[in-house]
Design a protein around this ligand. Structure first.
Ligand code: XMP
Length: 520
């Protein structure tokens, strides 16, 4: 059955993907694309509505991301958000200026009185005054006569407008952010009342379709998969295995930077699932490559390169391989497309080693990425429907370069040993106290800093370690978790008492931004 689609043109806002997430929650399919998609490409996707996202640019900058005015002739409803709003206004000849103050955070939207409420379907059922979330430094000073102002705040006289004759709406605030009190209702009004979408996006149909497609595509050939043991690669392996059985070959590279007993756990679970898996022990290889390396980006690049080279060598040992499977999910797709050199709207902060590009030989293989349209929580939902164990589905994410980027500065065997022990205690305690599922990611960082301590009347001079525990919806922004002092004390005591080499624990209380989740 044909799915109704809302297309989101992404101008680089950190919230763009949340728009898609909110709309999919209504049972309507939403896709994010780069703003420079051509009009013919838009038409080929037959969207029932288009949303122009926010973004960090100013419309009057030299290289600001623009779209063709022809988009307004397509007779497809449009909603502009923040930068998207300013862009609509700009393309219709309105005036936009830097405002005196950057407006960030809570504001009160007052809906302007219109004689006929049907003329403002966007705010249908929303109280006259409600909280909205603002984040902008440019301001619309005046708009074309074709528009009508439909909302304002005390500091922003044009906080929302609509076209007088067409279904073109725009808001300065962010309805996708939870702090906007009636954000969901605004999207529902746009999707159902203005775009007239039906709810026909269902995860249930997804798995069987994916299995059928893979069966047809792969036929008698073989597929290789870089298996990490995380939820994405597990669900990917499960779906492909259902389709083609042991023509799927999983390859697991033990970099030596994994959590304690990780290799054994992966091997056990794969046996249970009947996956055919090759486990490659490359511990010494990776360790020697990182000898003397301190710079985090160089570390990441070396690990990414070595990983691919080992993976390639192993895959060449398997006959008749024609496909490469990856556990790519939608956020990886969004990150790598928006990060593309041509449209570098968002800053690149770290090189994630699993999205770093493939060598030519592997690129010859055809790609299978069954999860590439799904968000993390949708992948978990599917995993749940498939009956995968909870310990896999709700695992905290673990970065490709593993413990090597949690050992600040130079990595060596002794430090890995210390960190593994400390992380293992942390995970045990999180699970014992039922805290694990209430936080999004928890780990320890080993610093290259030593401090003086005292144990059993003896002076110690050992490493300082950092406890990092965060809560996040999407790992793009995060807050530190407000753990109880008793719990923090228990972790600290156990690590100091049981791990030789650490004599002080500190708790990281920064959010992302301005920090990142990992330290390197
Ligand atoms: P940051 O540190 O950028 O991390 O705030 C965001 C999330 O990404 C994970 N992370 C990685 N995941 N390969 C991965 O698969 C990587 O190279 C990588 N680096 C960071 C990090 O653990 C957090 O969940």
């Amino acid at each position: 059955m044909k799915k109704d689609l809302i297309l989101i043109l992404d101008f680089g806002s950190q919230y763009s993907h949340i728009i898609a997430r909110r709309i999919r929650d209504f049972g309507v399919y939403a896709l994010l694309c780069c703003y420079d998609i051509s009009i013919s490409h838009i038409l080929s996707k037959k969207p029932k509505g288009i949303i122009l996202s926010g973004g960090p640019s100013s419309v009057y900058d030299n290289n600001s991301p623009l779209i063709s005015k022809n988009i307004f002739q397509l007779n497809i409803p449009i909603l502009g958000i923040c930068y998207g709003m300013q862009l609509i206004s700009f393309l219709f000849g309105g005036k936009i200026e830097k405002s005196k103050y950057k407006e960030y955070g809570k504001s009160f939207l007052i809906i302007n009185h219109l004689n006929n409420i049907n003329k403002n379907l966007l705010f249908y059922g929303i109280p006259k005054k409600s909280i909205v979330w603002m984040s902008h430094f440019d301001e619309i000073k005046n708009i074309s006569k074709e528009f009508q102002i439909i909302g304002h705040t005390s500091s922003c006289p044009i906080a929302a407008f609509k076209h007088k004759n067409k279904d073109i709406y725009a808001v300065q605030f962010h309805p996708e952010v939870k702090n906007t009190e009636f954000g969901i209702s605004i999207f529902k009004n746009f999707v159902f009342h203005i775009c007239k979408c039906n709810t026909n996006w269902k995860l249930d149909n997804f798995v069987q379709n994916a299995i059928d497609n893979i069966k047809k595509r792969v036929s008698k050939k073989k597929v290789i998969l870089g298996f990490s043991g995380g939820v994405d690669s597990f669900v990917t392996a499960y779906i492909i295995h259902k389709a083609i059985g042991n023509s799927l070959n999983c390859i697991f590279v033990d970099t030596g930077f994994l959590l304690e007993k990780e290799k054994e756990k992966v091997s056990f679970l794969c046996k249970k699932m009947n996956f055919s898996i090759r486990i490659i022990d490359a511990k010494n290889h990776f360790l020697s490559k990182l000898d003397g390396i301190i710079d985090p980006e160089i570390k990441r690049k070396i690990i990414g390169k070595e990983f691919i080279s080992i993976f390639q060598k192993e895959s060449e040992k398997i006959k008749d391989v024609e496909f490469l499977a990856q556990g790519t999910i939608y956020s990886d797709v969004i990150e790598s497309s928006i990060f593309s050199k041509k449209n570098r709207l968002r800053e690149s902060i770290k090189s994630h080693h699993n999205v770093g590009g493939l060598p030519k030989k592997l690129m010859k293989l055809k790609l299978i990425e069954p999860l590439k349209e799904l968000f993390k929580d949708e992948v978990r939902e599917i995993g749940k429907k498939l009956g995968l164990p909870k310990e896999i589905l709700y695992r905290h994410p673990f970065p490709g370069p593993g413990l090597s980027i949690r050992i600040i500065g130079e990595v060596n065997e002794k430090k890995i040993f210390i960190l593994k022990k400390a992380e293992s205690i942390l995970l045990q305690e999180l699970k014992n106290d039922n805290v694990y599922n209430n936080v999004s990611q928890a780990f320890i960082i080993l610093l290259p800093v030593k401090s003086v301590g005292i144990m059993g009347d003896k002076r110690t001079y050992e490493h300082v370690a950092v406890l990092r525990v965060t809560n996040t919806e999407d790992f793009m922004t995060a807050t530190f978790s407000h753990l109880s002092y008793d719990f923090l004390e228990k972790i600290s005591n156990r690590i100091i008492n049981e791990v030789d080499g650490i004599n002080r624990i500190v708790y990281d209380i920064t959010s992302k931004p301005p920090s990142t989740i990992e330290w390197e």
